[in-house]
Design a protein around this ligand. Structure first.
Ligand code: CTP
Ligand code: CA
Length: 225
């Protein structure tokens, strides 16, 4: 961690961070979820506090303790995440979407446990699309000059996918990392490339999630000034 990380270069700024994986309930005992640990979002929250920011953390279920000095808003589903992020973003200088948001949710919530029926082969599950929160806040900034950051976990052609996604989402920065069964999810470490809308690319070598978080805040702080 360099000397720049200990300066309060985010003081007077309000930053909103989403973290963890959303859960989309099917019935009282089941949900659709994902393998996001929430650790990267929590590292972003801790490092932002250390750099002087006021921090709102919109957190899905992670099992992680609330970071000190952070305003934590708990959510479950993507729709709840959207509401909480939009509300907090109204006066935010930066919004970082580190959460893994379910792309689809069950079309209906069954208030009683779903039962299989002996004569029905068809699975009793229809899905509908969730709103794209990152695209929405990027297209409709709550404040002029608000900086919006997304995360993309990719497989295969990681960088090419990332560049397309940055353009499609319309955010200022997209942190792209490669994932697989044994990479990134749940780990305390990460390795990434931060793609910027202005065409710059910042590689972040394998290291603690705090180091990646500090690089994200460096790039955000540059864009404030
Ligand atoms: N995201 C979001 N709302 C969604 C889906 C994703 O805000 N409904 C945000 C994530 O928080 C992340 C970024 O968009 O910051 C990229 O997520 P990703 O799942 O990689 O993007 P998708 O557009 O869903 O693309 P894919 O089809 O590859 O899943
Ligand atoms: Ca997705």
């Amino acid at each position: 961690r360099g000397p720049e990380a200990v300066t309060a270069d985010l003081s007077g700024r309000h930053v909103v961070i989403s973290a963890g994986g959303t859960r989309e309930p099917l019935d009282p005992v089941r949900y659709l979820g994902n393998r996001s640990s929430g650790k990267q979002g929590y590292a972003l929250a801790r490092t932002a506090v250390a750099r002087g920011a006021r921090v709102t953390l919109v957190a899905a279920e992670t099992g992680l303790p609330d970071p000190a000095g952070v305003d934590v808003v708990r959510i479950g589903t993507a729709v709840q995440l959207r509401e909480a992020v939009l509300k907090a973003a109204a006066d935010a200088d930066a919004v970082v979407m580190a959460a893994a948001v379910a792309d689809f949710r069950p079309a209906r919530y069954a208030p009683g446990k779903i039962k299989k029926q002996d004569d029905v082969e068809q699975p009793p599950l229809d899905l509908v699309r969730n709103p794209d929160i990152l695209a929405e806040i990027s297209a409709d900034r709550a404040r002029p000059g608000q900086i919006v950051v997304g995360f993309a976990a990719e497989t295969d052609d990681v960088l090419a996918n990332g560049r397309k996604k940055l353009a499609r989402k319309g955010c200022d920065l997209l942190v792209v990392n490669e994932v697989g069964e044994h990479r990134t999810f749940g780990s305390a470490e990460n390795e990434a490339v931060v793609l910027a809308a202005d065409g710059t690319e910042t590689p972040v070598p394998h290291g603690p999630k705090e180091a990646l978080a500090d690089t994200v805040w460096d790039l955000v702080a540059e864009r404030f000034s």
